[in-house]
Ligand binder design. Structure first.
Ligand SMILES: Cc1cc2nc3c(=O)[nH]c(=O)nc-3n(C[C@H](O)[C@H](O)[C@H](O)COP(=O)(O)OP(=O)(O)OC[C@H]3O[C@@H](n4cnc5c(N)ncnc54)[C@H](O)[C@@H]3O)c2cc1C
Length: 366
C-alpha cells in the first residue's frame, strides 16, 4: 500500500530532494502491475503485481469486519492506493499466486545474468572503508566469520531502518563522544545518526470467532479501515484491521479459530533511537521505539481503540466475533482502562522508519 502524500511532502520540506509526492508518484506507477485498475493512478506493466482480494474471496471474519464498518457509516473505498482514499476497503497486496513478490523475486531475478551484477549471499556489510574522509569501500563479513574488502567508486548503504545507522556508526559516522566510548575512529560528528526512529505501534484485541473453515491455509489479512483522529486534518493517521488465525489451541479459542482486531497509529509523533552496543558487527543494535513519548500519540491511540470498540458492537461483527479473549468490551468505559490495556499490549506493526532530516547524499564532510 502506498504512503500518503503529506508524509512524502513533509520529507521533501525537511530537505530531502526528490521525495515530494509528485516526485515519487512516477515510481509508484513504474513499479506496479495493478491487476484491478487501469486508470490515471495505476500502471499494469511494472514488475510488482498488486491485487486486492475480491469481495467474494473474503473469509467470514474479514467480511464481517467490512460489513460492520459499512454499518457504522465508514465510506467504502475500492482502492486504498488512490489519492485521498480514506475508509474501509480491500487492502492492496503485492501477491502473485499467493506469494508475496519481493524485490529478490522481481527485480533481482531479472538482473542476475548481467555482467555488471554480483550478489554475495550470506554476507553482511560490517563498516565503510575510508581514504581520509572519502568512502572507498566496504568491509564485509561472511557466514563463517571471514572478512574481506570490496572497493568501489560509489557506495550506497541501504540496510534498512535499524542496520543502516548501525553500519554508519560502526564506520565512524555518528556522535563523536559515543564513537570514542566504543573505541571507533570518528570520521564525521553527526549526532542525528540513530536518532528520530519512528514506528507504528499496534494493539491487538483477540476474539474467539465462528469456525466455518474447511481449509486451513486461508489468507489472514484482507480488509483495512483507515481513519482520521480528531487531531489530524490532512490524511489518515489511524488504521484498524482484522487478522485471522486458524488451528489455535482450544484453550485459547474453543472454536479453534480466532481473529484479532488490530488498532494502529500510522502517523506517530514519538521518536526513539537505535544504538550499537559495541563496534562488533555481530552485536545486534539496541532499539528503543519510545512509543507514546509524544503527548499526541496516546490520545490518538485511545481514540482508535474507541472506534474499534464501536465497530465491534455492530451486528455483522457480533455474529462472527463470538467472545473477546483476555478482555471485556465493557472494561473500557474510561480513558485510564484503555490506556492501561494499550501499555500492557503494545507491539509493532514492523514499519520502522527514521524521520528524515536530510538525505545521506546531502551530508557534508569537510
Ligand atoms: C509485513 C510488512 C508489511 C509492509 N507493508 C508496507 C506497505 O504496504 N506499504 C509500505 O509503503 N511499506 C510497507 N512496509 C514497510 C516497507 O517494507 C519498508 O519501509 C521498506 O521495505 C524499507 O526498505 P529499505 O530498503 O529501507 O529496508 P529493508 O527492506 O529492510 O531492506 C534492508 C535490507 O538490508 C539487508 N541488510 C541488513 N543489514 C545488512 C548488512 N549489515 N549488510 C548487508 N545487508 C544488510 C536486509 O537483510 C534487507 O534485505 C511493510 C513492512 C512489513 C514488515
Amino acid at each position: 500500500m502506498r504512503g500518503v502524500p503529506s508524509d512524502y511532502n513533509s520529507w521533501s520540506k525537511a530537505g530531502n530532494v526528490g521525495w515530494s509526492y509528485n516526485e515519487v508518484f512516477p515510481y509508484f506507477l513504474k513499479l506496479e502491475n495493478d491487476y484491478d485498475f487501469d486508470n490515471e493512478w495505476h500502471n499494469q506493466h511494472g514488475e510488482i503485481s498488486i491485487r486486492r482480494y475480491k469481495e467474494d474471496e473474503l473469509t467470514l471474519p474479514q467480511r464481517a469486519f467490512l460489513e460492520g464498518c459499512k454499518q457504522r457509516g465508514y465510506t467504502f473505498v475500492d482502492d486504498h492506493n488512490r489519492l485521498g482514499a480514506i475508509g474501509i476497503g480491500l487492502i492492496p497486496m503485492n501477491l502473485r499466486n499467493g506469494i508475496r513478490e519481493s524485490t529478490a523475486i522481481t527485480y533481482l531475478t531479472k538482473a542476475r545474468n548481467r555482467n555488471n551484477f554480483c550478489l554475495l549471499a550470506n554476507a553482511s556489510a560490517d563498516h565503510i572503508l575510508w581514504s581520509g574522509k572519502k568512502a572507498v569501500g566496504v568491509q564485509v563479513i561472511d557466514s563463517d566469520g571471514k572478512t574481506f574488502c570490496i572497493y568501489a567508486e560509489r557506495i550506497i548503504i541501504s540496510a534498512g531502518t535499524y542496520a543502516s545507522p548501525a553500519i554508519l556508526m560502526r564506520s565512524g559516522i555518528g556522535d563523536t563522544a559515543t564513537m570514542k566510548k566504543l573505541e571507533i575512529q570518528s570520521v564525521c560528528h553527526l549526532p542525528g545518526v540513530g536518532k528520530h526512529l519512528q514506528d507504528h505501534p499496534i494493539v491487538s484485541f483477540p476474539f474467539v470467532i465462528k469456525n466455518s473453515f474447511t481449509n486451513s491455509s486461508i489468507p489472514n489479512f484482507q480488509t483495512l479501515l483507515t481513519l482520521k483522529s480528531s487531531a489530524e486534518n490532512v490524511s489518515f493517521d489511524l488504521m484498524i484491521f482484522p487478522v485471522t488465525t486458524l488451528l489455535v489451541d482450544k484453550e485459547k479459542s474453543y472454536t479453534g479459530a480466532l481473529a484479532s482486531l488490530i488498532v494502529s497509529l500510522t502517523k506517530p509523533m514519538s521518536t526513539g533511537w537505535v544504538k550499537i552496543p559495541s563496534s562488533a558487527a555481530s552485536a545486534p543494535p539496541l532499539i528503543q521505539p519510545d512509543y507514546f513519548s509524544h503527548a499526541q500519540d496516546m490520545p490518538r491511540m485511545i481514540e482508535c481503540v474507541q472506534y474499534m470498540l464501536d465497530i465491534a458492537q455492530s451486528d455483522p461483527i457480533k455474529e462472527v466475533y463470538l467472545e473477546p479473549i483476555g478482555f471485556r468490551i465493557n472494561q473500557f468505559s474510561n480513558y485510564e482502562e484503555i490506556k492501561k490495556y494499550i501499555l500492557n499490549n503494545v507491539s509493532t506493526l514492523q514499519r520502522p522508519r527514521r524521520r528524515k532530516r536530510s538525505s545521506i547524499h546531502s551530508l557534508k564532510f569537510d
